[in-house]
Design a protein around this ligand. Sequence first.
Ligand code: GLU
Length: 264
Amino acid sequence: MKTVKNWACTALILLAVSGAVFAGGKGDAGAGGVDAIKKAGVLKVGVKSDVPGFGLLNPETGKYEGLEIELSKLIANEIFGDPERVAFTPVTAKTRGPLLDNGDIDFVIATFTVTEERKLTYNFSSIYYTDGVGLLTKTAAGYKSLKDLNGKTIGVAQSATSRKAIEDGAAALGVKVSFAEFATYPEIKAALDSGRVDAFSVDKAILRGYLDSSVGLLDDTYAPQPYGVATKLGNKDLAAWVDGLIQKWLKDGTVGGLVRKYSL
Ligand code: GLU
């Protein structure tokens, strides 16, 4: 009896170990490669919901639109032969990384700037678009450039590249600014409207989503923001596969066509 018990115990351990090895193999546990997405039956992509031309949830149609949405659909088409087999999750600068890490989404295609530091934490594809950091201010304040913001407070998003870009730009001009950090862009816009901050800084593409009759974009552009498709760090197969697609679409004019379609 004892022997049978021991045998069963060994078999269980072996099963558990082989399961762990299998889960940690090709494509990494959690997220998985293309086969895992096929098996799930739907492609899960983290996108922006408030960036016109990139990822925007159109309140009139209730549908997502923009270059990053179309890239997601093209990827779904490669996997399933159906561009609509994609589920979008709205993300922010703060939530997109953790959602990838958890395996809740397969890709982030959400104005995600590729930096050397971030490459240590995520895989990024080739660059499909390069934006730049800008400043949104109240028109009535009469600011023309960062130089006019000496002693003022700039609203930036947590986990975004904006703060560093403006810090470097201000240092180069010999201008002193302070920062207030927020989790989301609507919060920064509300702070700008109420006068809690004097300027709202992030990529110009994102700022365009917050333009209204009382605010305007300054001409200055700081720090190029190259966007790539991000995957979970351990998911090298999926990263290489999607990079191949992005490279192909850069070469054959697909990406250029989308840039023109959305006037980016
Ligand atoms: N693109 C910048 C970044 O990745 C701005 C933040 C954002 O994408 O929301 O940090």
